[in-house]
Design a protein around this ligand. Structure first.
Ligand code: ADP
Length: 296
């Protein structure tokens, strides 16, 4: 509902701006007809240009303000939901442990669930902090030579352990050894987001492959391919925007804040690289590519 009313007000402001410009142009036509020459014409022309520029600027800033508000709402919705759900779950298990006598096995199971809920909570907080850090342009990446295959292997192992996945379901095919000059923490975050997403959106049928391949002498690519729900063509660029989640392809049901791919693209840009998504469409899997420059 909020979205529809926002879109309506954006359309209204654009129409209003367009309408005002048309009225000004009509007035100018009439004015030209009345005053065909002289300094008044030049002055009128100047005033007209100033008016048009004013209307265009006004419309532009209004629309930008509406978009900013929209982003803030999306942020509050996504993050509060992601913070509230695990806290509510932990509270419920604690209440159960406090009020009922629970046998040892059940107690252990509850502790396990509470631990993974608190991990999810920490991950959300870390994701928000990371977005802030990466967005702050004053601080550049902390560059150091990194063995790419080593860091990819580390992220693959982490995701396997986190989601309890067999190596067959999440495999890594390392290419030739290569060193990149990068910020270890940022690259680790970008790779983990891509690999976690591939697993997370695959549901119960996880078939994910991660590869490193040289593109040319200066660039190397990491490709993360899954056989999951795929991504509609119209969404391939949108998903890299902050808080954007694809409705209907599992994106809204699966927990998330919509910050992961924004972090991936920001990290790629900060290192002089690129990140993009490829998919043949819904139901046909996706491939995410992260290209980074090789160390000289
Ligand atoms: P989050 O996963 O927290 O929603 P991301 O920024 O990582 O945020 O992803 C944005 C959206 O892109 C997701 O909500 C989902 O709709 C879509 N997406 C990301 N990775 C995949 C994938 N491997 N397969 C299908 N959809 C994906």
């Amino acid at each position: 509902m909020v979205d529809v009313s926002r879109r309506r007000s954006v359309a209204l402001f654009i129409m209003l701006g367009g309408g005002l410009i048309s009225v000004i142009l009509l007035l100018f036509g009439w004015y030209l007809f009345q005053w065909r020459s002289g300094w008044l014409l030049a002055l009128g022309l100047l005033l007209l240009l100033a008016l048009i520029a004013g209307v265009v600027l006004n419309t532009f800033f209004l629309v930008r303000e509406i978009r900013r508000n929209e982003q803030q709402d999306a942020f509050i919705n996504a993050v509060t939901h992601e913070l509230k759900t695990p806290v509510a779950s932990i509270r419920l298990y604690l209440q159960t442990l406090q009020t009922r006598s629970v046998d040892d096995d059940k107690r252990k199971e509850f502790y396990g669930i509470m631990l993974s809920d608190s991990d999810r909570l920490l991950e959300t907080i870390e994701q928000v902090l990371r977005t802030g850090r990466i967005g702050a342009r004053s601080r550049g990446p902390n560059l150091a030579p990194i063995d790419l295959n080593g860091i990819v292997q580390e992220c693959v192992n982490r995701t396997r352990a986190l989601y309890h996945i067999a190596p067959d379901s999440l495999s890594f095919r390392p290419g030739p050894e290569v060193t990149i000059r990068a910020d270890m923490e940022e690259v680790r975050a970008a790779l983990s987001n891509l690999i976690d997403n591939a697993v997370k959106y695959s549901g119960s049928d996880v078939r994910v492959t991660v590869e490193t391949t040289p593109v040319n002498d200066h660039t190397v690519a990491v490709r993360v391919r899954d056989q999951g729900p795929g991504i509609p063509k119209t969404e391939l660029k949108q998903i890299f925007k902050r808080f954007h989640r694809v409705p209907g392809t599992g994106g809204v049901r699966i927990p998330g804040t919509g910050l992961g791919l924004y972090i991936v693209r920001s990290v790629a840009k900060r290192h002089g690289g690129r990140a993009w998504a490829e998919s043949e469409g819904v139901g046909r899997g996706s491939t995410f590519v992260l290209q980074l420059p090789v160390a000289k």
